[in-house]
Design a protein around this ligand. Structure first.
Ligand SMILES: *[C@@H]1O[C@H](CO)[C@@H](O)[C@H](O)[C@H]1NC(C)=O
Ligand SMILES: *[C@@H]1O[C@H](CO)[C@@H](O)[C@H](O)[C@H]1NC(C)=O
Ligand SMILES: *[C@@H]1O[C@H](CO)[C@@H](O)[C@H](O)[C@H]1NC(C)=O
Ligand SMILES: *[C@@H]1O[C@H](CO)[C@@H](O)[C@H](O)[C@H]1NC(C)=O
Ligand SMILES: *[C@@H]1O[C@H](CO)[C@@H](O)[C@H](O)[C@H]1NC(C)=O
Ligand SMILES: *[C@@H]1O[C@H](CO)[C@@H](O)[C@H](O)[C@H]1NC(C)=O
Length: 246
C-alpha cells in the first residue's frame, strides 16, 4: 500500500523535475530578425523600366537625389516608396515648368515623389492622409480596397498609381503618368487664368512626425524568474512527497 503510493509520488516528482529544464528552454527568445538584404540598384530599376530617362537625368545629373535615395535605402529600416513619372509625364508639363525651377526647387519636386517608408499598393489604399513625403509637403491617397486601385493627389494633380516597377522591402517604385506637382511650389507661379488658389493652411509643422522607434523588448529577466518559480515548485513538491511518506 505505502510502497505503491511512494512509487507514484516518486514518479510524479521525477517527471516534474525532468520537465522543468525543458520548460525553461522553450521560453528562450524567439528567432532573430531577418538580416537586411544587399544594396538595391535604384537607377538600375528605373533604367530597366525604359521610359524614365528624364527622371534619371533629373535625379543623377541635375541633382543628387538618386544618390540620396540609395544612401537612405542603405540606412533606413522603414524603406522607401518612389513614384516615378514617365518621360511622357514630363513631356506633358507646360514648357519651362522644370527650367524655371531653381535646383533647390527641383530637389523639392523630386523628393515630393518619395515617401520615407515602404508601402505596398494595398497599404496605400488604407493609409491615412496626408502622407508625409521627403519634401516639405504631403500627398493624399484614395483607393478602393476591392480593386487595389489607388490614386495619388498633390492637390494640383490627381493620377492613378500604376504598375509596380519594383515592390520588395526596402523599396517600392510605382509608375505614375503625371508629374506630381506640389501645390505649394506651383500655385504661386500658376498663370493668371487658373482658378484662385485655395487658402493655404497655416504651419503644418505638427503633421505626422513619425516617432516610431522599434521597441526592443528586454526579456532577459524572464528566464531567471522562470527558473526561480520552478525551483520553488520542486522544493514544495519534494516537501509534500516527504510529508506524505513520513
Ligand atoms: C545599376 O544599374 C545600372 C543600369 O542598369 C548600371 O549601369 C549600374 O552599373 C548598376 N549599378 C550597380 C552598383 O550595380
Ligand atoms: C550601400 O552599402 C553597400 C554595402 O553595405 C555599399 O557597397 C554601397 O556603396 C552603399 N551604397 C551607398 C549609395 O551608400
Ligand atoms: C489632402 O486632403 C485633405 C482633406 O482630407 C486636404 O485638406 C488637403 O489639402 C489634401 N492635400 C493634398 C496634398 O491633396
Ligand atoms: C483616378 O485617376 C484617374 C486618372 O488617372 C481618374 O480617371 C479617376 O477618376 C481617378 N479616380 C479617383 C477616385 O479620383
Ligand atoms: C500643434 O499641436 C499642438 C497640440 O497638439 C497645438 O496646441 C498647436 O496649436 C499645434 N500647432 C500647429 C501649428 O498646428
Ligand atoms: C507660422 O510660421 C510663420 C513663419 O514661418 C510664423 O510667422 C507664424 O506665426 C506661424 N504660425 C503659427 C500658427 O505657428
Amino acid at each position: 500500500m505505502a510502497s505503491s503510493q511512494f512509487i507514484l509520488l516518486a514518479l510524479i516528482c521525477s517527471i516534474l523535475l525532468l520537465l522543468a529544464p525543458s520548460q525553461t528552454l522553450a521560453q528562450s527568445p524567439s528567432a532573430p530578425a531577418p538580416a537586411p538584404s544587399g544594396p538595391v540598384n535604384f537607377t538600375g530599376i528605373l533604367d530597366k523600366g525604359g521610359q524614365f530617362k528624364t527622371l534619371i537625368h533629373l535625379m543623377t545629373v541635375e541633382t543628387q537625389v538618386a544618390k540620396q535615395i540609395e544612401n537612405q535605402l542603405n540606412t533606413s529600416s522603414e524603406g522607401l516608396t518612389v513614384f516615378a513619372p514617365t518621360d511622357n509625364a514630363f513631356n506633358n508639363l507646360k514648357s519651362g515648368t522644370l527650367n524655371d525651377l531653381s535646383t533647390e526647387k527641383q530637389v523639392q519636386l523630386l523628393l515630393y515623389h518619395v515617401l520615407p517608408k515602404y508601402y505596398t499598393l494595398q497599404s496605400l489604399v488604407t493609409v491615412s492622409n496626408p502622407v508625409r513625403t521627403q519634401a516639405n509637403y504631403g500627398l493624399n491617397f484614395t483607393g478602393q480596397a476591392n480593386t487595389n486601385q489607388v490614386n495619388v493627389s498633390s492637390g494640383l494633380v490627381n493620377t492613378q498609381v500604376n504598375n509596380a516597377l519594383y515592390q520588395q522591402m526596402p523599396l517600392a517604385v510605382y509608375q505614375v503618368d503625371k508629374v506630381l506637382l506640389p501645390a505649394e511650389l506651383f500655385e504661386a507661379s500658376a498663370p493668371s487664368n487658373s482658378p484662385p488658389a485655395p487658402a493655404t493652411k497655416s504651419n503644418d509643422s505638427n503633421s505626422t512626425t513619425s516617432a516610431k522607434g522599434p521597441t526592443s523588448s528586454d526579456n532577459s529577466d524572464s528566464g531567471a524568474s522562470q527558473m526561480n518559480l520552478w525551483s520553488g515548485m520542486v522544493v514544495g513538491i519534494v516537501a509534500i512527497c516527504m510529508g506524505t511518506l513520513l
